[in-house]
Design a protein around this ligand. Sequence first.
Ligand code: PAZ
Length: 346
Amino acid sequence: MASSTQADGEGTFSAEQYFATQPPPPTLEQDIRRVREFAQQHVKEGRRVVLVTSGGTTVPLELNVVRFLDNFSAGTRGATSAEYFLNAGYAVIFMHRQFSLQPFSRHYSHSTHPFLDFLELDSAETEYSGEASSDATRISAKPSERKQLIEVLTAYKEVHKAGTLHTLTFVTVNDYLWLLRAVAQELSMLGRSSMYYLAAAVSDFFLPRQRMSEHKIQSGKGSLHIEMDQVPKILKPLVNEWTREGFVVSFKLETDASILIPKARAALARYGHQVVIGNDLHTRKYQVVFVSPISSHKRSASLAGNEEAYVESWLKIDPSTYPQKEIEEDIVEELVRLHDTWIGVE
Ligand code: PAZ
């Protein structure tokens, strides 16, 4: 396939070109109206707001999608962190891949901890006849599960009552980019009280709509060649245009640990945001590295872009304590501290 004529260089779109040529998701307007209402309510109540992105984006290969490329992410990092942000008093916009893990319900994921396995039917009738009638039968949780269930359910109900969690879904990288831009523009009214916690695994390449096959790509003609364009580097306009004062935290996932810190530094130098959290695929649940410019630790300093002025610090937990201890608890605690400094609350 030929490269798009809309592109900057060969296969490279600027953010502007991207949004001028790729269509918005059909529900964007109503999604953003709800985000606006949520943000306005929490600004009024003096709460900080964090946007947590979570899960992987897809890249469809056809307009009537049968096949797509996907990015690795179960949504554990985002869903777990969202709970700790809620606990720290933040209002959370949880923008996640449809059907990936969500705060609270993540504890009962169908694959790792299916809830049907720990429910019990309590009924004399069931015992005698082996059949359950909906009137006579009570359902209870196995004693071994009750403590955690009560904790999770209590936190879930409290958050529901306080209205501090708002969820948004994306599937494709196109949905993600449009939503991220629109949410950031809405949250810009919060100034330094907003935080962006970008844990989603976002595709670096995409197939422009103009070059997609309408129907399912047919086999029978030998191998398939697809030329993809590069997704625009969205952190640049996020930081420089859409939300100039927000506290922006991005994640960097690598499988070669030796390039994690150099890549994190390069991202900070390029985009000028506040923190990159580096993680290696295999150890991500037990250790992460925070890389940040010294300016993130001092409200008045402005040293972004200076390679020498970065600090790195590792957060680690003992793998034998997982999942009772989750590294996201420490990640969020550290970020809240850095956000305090950013706002000037020290
Ligand atoms: O969702 P998960 O817990 O399975 O994985 C989290 C993660 C590794 C996707 C996240 O921590 C991350 O690094 N996100 C950014 C990925 C990237 O470099 O695009």
